[in-house]
Ligand binder design. Structure first.
Ligand code: MTE
Length: 323
C-alpha cells in the first residue's frame, strides 16, 4: 500500500512548502549570512558548521591533499550553508536536522562488506580509512528538488573500496545501506518509510573515477548531518542517490530496490542521472537555485560530468536513465 505523505524535498521549496515556512527559511538564510544565529533548541549554527572535533581519531588525516583534476567553475558554497541545510530523513523530514543529527553515534563504526565477494568481512571504519588513498575533490552537487551547491569533499574513490572488497566477476551491482538506529534516529518512527535507507549503483558506475566516498568536508572530518563517518558522493546523479552514514556495502547480481524507488518509482528511479531536459513529473529540472546566493543557474547534463560518465549508459536501452 502506498501511503501518500508530504515529503519536503520532493518539490522545489517554493512549490512544496507552505509559503510561511518557505519565507521563514529564506529569512534564516539571510540571518545566517548576516552573522551567527541560534538554531531551534539554542545551538549556534556556526558551531555546528565549523567545529573540527579534536577527539576524532581521524582528525590527523585532514586536510587531505586536493586533487586538482576535480574542480568546478563555480564558487565554493560557504560551509555554513552546506552544513545547516540538509536532507537526512532519519533525523526528520525537513532541512533543519543538523542539531538532531548530533545524536548520531559515530564511534565505534563497523562497516560490513558482503554478498558476492571473495571473502565477506566486517571492518572498523578507523581501520578502513587508513587503508584508503585520501584526497580532496571539489564537486558540484544537485538535489532533485532543484537546489545545488559546490563543496570540497575529502575521502577516497569508491573504486579503491571495490578493489579492496574483491567482488566476484558475477557481481553486477553494489547495494549500500545507511545505519538504522531507533535510539538516536527519531525519523525511524515514521513507519511508512522503508527503512533502512538503501541505495545502489552498477559495479561499472561504482568504479567510475567520479564515484567517491566522502569522509570529510571543508578539510575536516565530515559532520554528522552530512553523513558521518562515511557517505556516497556521485555528482552526476541527483542528491538522493548520495546516501549517508553507510554501514554496509553488498555486491549482488540483482538490481537493488532503492529507498525512494520503493516509495515512488515513477518519480525517483534507480538511475537518477541529472538531465535538464527531463523534467520531474511535477516540476522542471532546467535550472537550479544555488545554496547561499539563491542565484538561478542552468542545470547541466549529468551535472556537468558528461565527459566522465556518458559512456556508462551508451548501451543501456529502454531504461529511464534520467528519472
Ligand atoms: N541519506 C540518508 N541516509 N537519508 C536521507 O534522508 N537524503 C538524501 C541524501 N542522502 C538522505 C541521504 C538527499 S534527498 C539529499 S539531497 C542529500 O543526502 C543531501 O545531502 P546533504 O545534507 O549533505 O546536502
Amino acid at each position: 500500500m502506498l501511503i501518500k505523505v508530504k515529503r519536503g524535498w520532493e518539490t522545489p521549496e517554493s512549490a512544496a512548502t507552505d509559503e510561511g515556512v518557505y519565507l521563514e527559511r529564506r529569512q534564516l538564510c539571510k540571518a545566517i549570512a548576516a552573522g551567527p544565529i541560534l538554531l531551534a533548541g539554542g545551538a549556534p549554527a556556526a558551531a555546528l558548521a565549523a567545529a573540527a572535533p579534536k577527539d576524532d581519531p581521524t582528525a590527523d588525516l585532514y586536510p587531505a591533499p586536493r586533487n586538482l583534476r576535480y574542480r568546478v567553475d563555480r564558487p565554493v558554497t560557504e560551509e555554513k550553508f552546506a552544513t545547516i541545510y540538509n536532507n537526512f530523513y532519519e533525523f526528520g523530514s525537513h532541512k533543519r536536522i543538523a542539531k538532531a543529527a548530533q545524536a548520531l553515534k559515530i564511534r565505534p563504526w563497523q562497516v560490513k562488506i558482503d554478498g558476492m565477494v571473495e571473502k565477506p568481512m566486517t571492518i572498523d571504519f578507523d581501520t578502513l580509512i587508513r587503508k584508503m588513498p585520501l584526497e580532496e575533490r571539489v564537486y558540484r552537487f544537485r538535489c532533485v528538488e532543484a537546489w545545488s551547491m559546490t563543496v570540497p569533499w575529502s575521502g577516497f574513490p569508491l573504486k579503491a573500496l571495490v578493489d579492496f572488497a574483491k567482488p566476484l566477476a558475477s557481481a553486477k551491482y553494489l547495494e549500500m545501506e545507511t545505519l538504522a538506529d531507533k535510539e538516536t534516529m527519531p525519523g525511524l518512527r515514521q513507519f511508512w518509510y522503508p527503512w533502512p535507507y538503501i541505495e545502489g549503483l552498477t559495479v561499472a558506475e561504482a568504479t567510475n573515477e567520479l564515484a567517491f566516498i566522502a569522509t570529510g568536508l571543508y578539510g575536516k572530518p565530515i559532520p554528522r548531518q552530512n553523513g558521518a563517518p562515511l557517505r556516497l558522493v556521485v555528482p552526476w546523479k541527483y542528491g538522493f542517490k548520495n546516501l549517508k552514514s553507510i554501514v554496509r556495502f553488498s555486491f549482488t547480481d540483482k538490481r537493488p530496490k532503492t529507498f525512494w524507488e520503493v516509495i515512488q518509482k515513477r518519480e525517483y528511479g534507480f538511475w537518477a542521472n541529472i538531465n535538464p531536459k527531463v523534467d520531474h513529473p511535477r516540476w522542471t529540472q532546467a535550472s537550479e537555485r544555488v545554496l547561499g546566493t539563491n542565484d538561478r543557474v542552468p542545470t547541466l547534463l549529468y551535472n556537468g560530468y558528461a565527459e566522465q560518465v556518458a559512456d556508462l549508459y551508451k548501451d543501456i536501452k529502454g531504461e529511464k536513465l534520467f528519472m
